[in-house]
Design a binder for this molecule. Structure first.
Ligand SMILES: [Zn+2]
Ligand SMILES: [Zn+2]
Ligand SMILES: [Zn+2]
Length: 211
């Protein structure tokens, strides 16, 4: 059994401020790991699909999920679905066994009705500037509430994962001299170059998700 509380201090160190959303990510991640009966991913054993979008409240949630599941940006085994929701689907890659866990709407709404949001966050005050006596009760509530009050855990289902070997091939961009992964290199005339150099030299912008 993975316990969210065992990861709180690490989560806080990673995240940087006290808020209820990072702890909610720990609770959701713990519930998903325990539903699948799996350990935190040391490598790419698990894949997490988080439903968060961009630039909305409580995206802090993802840091709790990363901390406890070991599905991290660095390992590349966490993906955003951009739904603007807080569900997480955790998948055991080898078997394709998956579970979706989501915070209950009532629990999310209860957090929104507190001074932390109404008097501070919604007025643009950063979470790190909120007095401890305002934020700590929210953190405690999320960390200690019974799982059934906080979360919905779905059934185990099949979610096969296509596996791609990681590329180890790289080359030096002939324009800027920086390393680039082979599959990301482009041809500008005779030169093998990186994408930013290719865009600068040719004036052709590549379609992609990043801003
Ligand atoms: Zn936060
Ligand atoms: Zn819906
Ligand atoms: Zn370059």
């Amino acid at each position: 059994m993975i316990k969210a509380n065992d990861f709180y201090e690490h989560g806080l160190a990673l995240h940087g401020h006290k808020c209820p959303a990072m702890p909610m990510g720990l609770r959701v991640g713990a519930a998903a790991l325990n539903a699948l009966g799996v350990e935190r991913a040391a490598d790419g054993q698990l894949l997490a699909l988080v439903e968060l979008g961009e630039e909305h409240c409580a995206t802090c949630f993802a840091d709790g999920v990363q901390m406890i599941t070991g599905c991290t940006f660095g390992k590349g085994n966490i993906k955003k679905l951009h739904y603007g929701k807080w569900g997480v689907t955790l998948i055991e890659v080898a078997t394709g066994r998956a579970v979706r866990v989501t915070p209950k709407a009532e629990a999310m709404l209860a957090n929104k009705q507190t001074a932390f949001f109404k008097d501070y966050r919604e007025k643009g005050i950063p979470a790190s500037q909120v007095p401890l006596e305002v934020v700590q009760p929210l953190v405690d509530r999320v960390m200690n509430a019974p799982a059934e009050q906080l979360l919905s855990v779905g059934p185990i289902f099949e979610h096969p994962v296509e596996r791609h070997p990681h590329s180890f091939a790289g080359l030096v961009c002939e324009a800027c001299g920086e390393m680039v992964v082979e599959g990301y290199a482009r041809l500008a005339g005779e030169q093998r170059v990186c994408i930013p150099c290719h865009e600068r030299i040719t004036g052709i912008r590549e379609p992609r998700l990043a801003p």
